[in-house]
Design a protein around this ligand. Structure first.
Ligand SMILES: [Fe+2]
Length: 317
């Protein structure tokens, strides 16, 4: 291997840190194969000392084609349509601000899976910091294999074969199974626009447990943000079960907060890891760029194919 691999410090799951990878290495078929095997095995990889732009895109394409938006959007850099800006500006017209347990935070997002609110869930993404805030700004991850393994055996048996319905709603104040006290303070124009069309969007359905094909390991396939109900259970029973599972995940001791360093490229498997934003004080700027790696684990479906489904598949959260 032309690079070094070690366990990622500060986390108790299987994430790793890679040092010494160059852009030239990324083109080598043997390296690409090794990186894919490491991704499946570990789920979260922090690459140190990396450049952005074309290197960010080239590394992402080791793991699958990147999703680009069919319509040019203001948050896409001109030179690389594969990249998306994830940006919080204190005085900006976009972004969201919440009071979370009494503290005002920008760039705060609860743990979730990207695109769980549609049928085709992307395989992953790579994040890179463009401006690291002076305070806060960590990206949070939780390994859903660890989340499954740490469930009581009786609960594992109870959730086998169940399916969860998800509903898209960008306002986190409306999150059904939250553990924090959340109040919306500011919703930017872009999100107000999306929010005005919620009635057009269908709900999605995904299995609550699934097995990683390459390893046979089971995954607690639940995204606490957007989860709404369980198919086939009486409403109260389903909600109580989802609440128990969401508390298990949202308060899990294995949640890892990644403290960003210049030159980091962080790859996560969206089929296996939950991610979220720890948030920044309202007056801090935070700017990231990300790719979205395509894929379809082929276990999701829409409840109904509505007119809004096409747009919902392009919403980046
Ligand atoms: Fe996300």
């Amino acid at each position: 291997m032309p690079f070094s691999v070690k366990p990622l410090a500060g986390q108790q799951a299987q994430a790793i840190e890679i040092n010494g990878l160059t852009k030239a290495d990324i083109a080598e078929p043997g390296v690409r194969r090794q990186l894919n095997e490491l991704w499946v095995e570990h789920g979260l990889i922090v690459f140190r000392g990396m450049e952005g732009g074309s290197t960010h895109v080239a590394l992402s394409e080791v793991f699958g084609p990147c999703q680009t938006h069919p319509i040019k959007q203001s948050n896409t850099p001109v030179d690389h349509p594969e990249l998306t800006n994830v940006q919080y500006e204190p005085d900006g017209e976009n972004g969201m601000v919440y009071s979370v347990n009494g503290v005002e935070l920008g760039a705060w997002l609860p743990l979730h899976s990207d695109l769980i609110y549609v049928d085709k869930v992307n395989h992953g993404g790579i994040l890179r910091p463009m401006h690291i805030p002076k305070a806060g700004g960590a990206t949070r991850f939780l390994d859903k294999i660890v989340a499954y393994d740490t469930l009581p055996e009786a609960l594992k048996a109870r959730i086998e074969g169940l399916e969860v319905i998800y509903r898209f709603d960008i306002n986190i104040e409306n999150m059904k199974f939250a553990v924090d006290e959340v109040k919306l303070k500011f919703l930017g124009f872009k999100f107000k626009d999306i929010q005005s069309r919620l009635h057009l969007y269908p709900r999605s359905v995904h299995p609550l447990v699934y097995t990683q094909a390459q390893t046979g390991r089971k995954i607690l396939n639940l995204s606490p943000w957007f989860a709404e109900e369980i198919i086939g259970l009486p409403r109260e029973e389903g909600e109580a079960l989802l609440r128990e599972l969401c508390v298990h995940m949202l308060r899990h001791p294995a949640i890892y907060d990644h403290p960003w360093q210049e030159g980091d490229l962080v790859l996560w498997d969206n089929w296996r890891m939950l991610h979220g934003g720890a948030g920044v004080p309202r007056g801090e700027r935070r700017w990231m760029q990300r790719t979205t790696i395509k894929g379809d684990y082929a276990l999701g479906r829409l409840e109904t194919e509505t007119a809004g489904a096409r747009e919902l598949r392009t919403v980046d959260v």
